[in-house]
Design a protein around this ligand. Structure first.
Ligand code: OGA
Ligand code: MN
Length: 213
C-alpha cells in the first residue's frame, strides 16, 4: 500500500459524541444522549408523528419482527408505523443521514458490520406499556443496536410515566424519562428493558435497530 493510501485508511476525524456513546456501550451496555439530533429535526419529526397519529396511520404494534408478528396487547400497547427510507420525507432524510453517519462510524471504529436499519414511529397512548423484553427474536438475530429517540415536547412531565427502564447485567436498573430529543442506544441482544405504563398524555418516539446482514 502506498504511504498516501495507508494514511487515508488510518486517519479519520474522531467524533467526540460518538466516541462517548461507544465507550458507554462497551462499559455498561447502553448510552443516553440528549444532543444526538438537532432540536429543529426533533421538532419536525414530532409534527409528523402527531399528524400520522391524528390520521390514524399508526397501527397496533405486534410481538416479533416485521415478517413474523402477532398482536398481544398484554405485552405491549403502542401504535407504530414503519418508515420506508426510500420514501423518506425531508426531515426523515435528515434523520437517516445522522443514523447512517453514526452507523458508518461504528463500522469504521468498531468493525460492527452494520449494513442496514429499520425504524418506526411509536405512540404509547395513556394506559399503554411494553413489558420487560430484549429486542431480538428466535428467527432473527441481526439486530445489534437499538436506538430510541423521544419526540415528546417540553411540556412532558416525569409524572406522565412511560419511563424506559434498563436492566444492565450486574448493575442497578436505570430509569430513563422520555424527554424531548433524548436518545437511548443499547445492545439489542443483551439488554433487558421495559416501558412503564403511560399514566397521562401520549408518549411519542422513533425506535429502530441497526442490523447486520
Ligand atoms: C421497543 C422498546 C423502548 C422505548 O420498541 O422495543 O423497547 O423507550 N422501546 O420506547
Ligand atoms: Mn425493546
Amino acid at each position: 500500500m502506498s504511504t498516501q493510501l495507508l494514511t487515508d485508511a488510518l486517519s479519520f476525524d474522531e467524533h467526540p459524541l460518538y466516541e462517548r456513546i461507544i465507550s458507554d456501550i462497551l462499559e455498561q451496555g447502553y448510552s443516553i444522549c440528549d444532543s444526538f439530533f438537532e432540536e429543529h429535526v426533533v421538532g419536525l419529526l414530532r409534527d409528523h408523528i402527531k399528524t400520522l397519529y391524528k390520521h390514524s396511520e399508526l397501527k397496533k404494534a405486534g410481538i416479533g419482527n416485521k415478517v413474523n408478528e402477532s398482536v398481544e396487547k398484554s405485552i405491549r400497547g403502542d401504535y407504530i408505523q414503519w418508515i420506508d427510507e426510500l420514501k423518506a420525507n425531508s426531515v426523515e432524510k435528515k434523520f437517516f443521514e445522522k443514523i447512517n453517519a453514526f452507523k458508518n462510524y461504528l463500522n469504521k471504529t468498531c468493525f460492527m458490520g452494520l449494513l442496514h436499519q429499520e425504524f418506526h414511529y411509536a405512540v404509547y397512548p395513556k394506559g399503554s406499556f411494553y413489558k420487560k423484553h430484549i429486542d431480538t427474536f428466535q428467527n432473527d438475530d441481526r439486530r445489534k443496536l437499538s436506538l430510541v429517540c423521544y419526540l415528546n415536547d417540553h411540556t412532558w412531565k416525569t409524572s406522565n410515566g412511560g419511563e424506559l427502564v434498563l436492566y444492565p447485567e450486574g448493575l442497578p436498573e436505570v430509569i430513563v424519562h422520555p424527554l424531548p430529543g433524548r436518545v437511548v442506544i443499547f445492545e439489542s441482544q443483551r439488554l433487558e428493558h421495559e416501558v412503564k405504563e403511560v399514566v397521562n398524555d401520549k408518549r411519542l418516539s422513533i425506535t429502530g435497530w441497526l442490523k447486520t446482514m
